[in-house]
Design a protein around this ligand. Structure first.
Ligand SMILES: Nc1ncnc2c1ncn2[C@@H]1O[C@H](COP(=O)(O)OP(=O)(O)OP(=O)(O)O)[C@@H](O)[C@H]1O
Length: 252
């Protein structure tokens, strides 16, 4: 069974058919890429997968469960986490607190025990601190744990956003243009990090990206969207050599 199966997904905004008859199957542990020209509908697909938009048609199954039309918070609890094209962090909070916000899905204590700093609160806080530090170490951010997120350099902010998404313990991680704004060295490092995350956490990753070095370097399969429709789908090397894809996107 595929980890993610999307059947005939579609959405209209008034008269605009932003995504039409979108089908996708991603197996557990895959690194999968969603590419295509600006405005093709890629982020709209992410928004439907994460419950930001309700699809007009079609269905989405995660690990065999129908999650179509569920709320963002419920979809996150089912196991989809994402990062955004424009980094969304709590900039005025520390690096470690940004990760702990993700962990709050899993670990809770009552408001009263929090206010009174009861043992249950202290125990939960200790576990969360340890887990958050473990995640920060994966991204080599442990030394910056206590600085403000806004003081991190750009490449590290992107990494922190991925760490926070992972803190919610997802089955599927969606990355929306993770290399946007990165220099070639940062992009190379990011590729290694994404591969490492897949291996260490046995994670399945779907990413939107315009950087073809990253796409061809780490994605095993690709779907190309063009004007809301699937133009090509399959193994990365086949898709990138497809004349239709070269004409519509790569040849730009
Ligand atoms: N809430 C909305 N209301 C109206 N139109 C929308 C809405 N969201 C997206 N669209 C339209 O849907 C189309 C697809 O947009 P989308 O942002 O998904 O493209 P994209 O492939 O992610 O592009 P980019 O690579 O530039 O990020 C665009 O024409 C966009 O204007």
């Amino acid at each position: 069974m595929a980890l993610l199966e999307v059947k005939s997904l579609g959405i209209s905004f008034g008269g605009l058919r932003a995504v039409d008859d979108f089908n996708l199957k991603i197996e557990k542990g895959q690194l999968y890429g969603l590419i295509g020209p600006n405005g093709a509908g890629k982020t709209t697909v992410f928004n439907m997968l994460t419950g930001v938009y309700k699809p007009t048609d079609g269905s989405i199954f995660l690990d065999g469960e129908n999650i179509t039309g569920k709320k963002t918070i419920d979809i996150n609890k089912h196991g989809i986490a994402r990062t955004f094209q424009n980094i969304r962090l709590f900039h005025q909070q520390s690096v470690i607190d940004n990760v702990k916000i993700g962990l709050h899905n899993e670990h809770t204590y009552s408001t009263l025990s929090g206010i009174l700093r009861l043992p249950s609160y202290r125990k939960t806080e200790k576990i969360m601190n340890e887990k958050a530090m473990e995640l920060l170490e994966v991204f080599d951010l442990q030394d910056e744990a206590d600085i403000l997120a806004s003081n991190l350099p750009y490449g590290k902010q992107r990494k922190l956003e991925i760490a926070r998404a992972l803190a919610t313990d997802p089955k599927l991680l969606l990355l929306d243009e993770p290399a946007a704004g990165m220099n070639p060295n940062e992009t190379k490092e990011l590729m290694e990090t994404i591969r490492f995350v897949r291996d260490k956490f046995d994670m399945t990753v779907l990413l939107i990206e315009h950087d073809m070095k990253l796409v061809s370097g780490i994605c095993e399969e690709l779907t190309v969207l063009n004007f809301g429709q699937v133009l090509a789908q399959g193994k990365t090397s086949d898709v990138l050599n497809n004349p239709e894809v070269i004409k519509a996107y790569l040849g730009e």
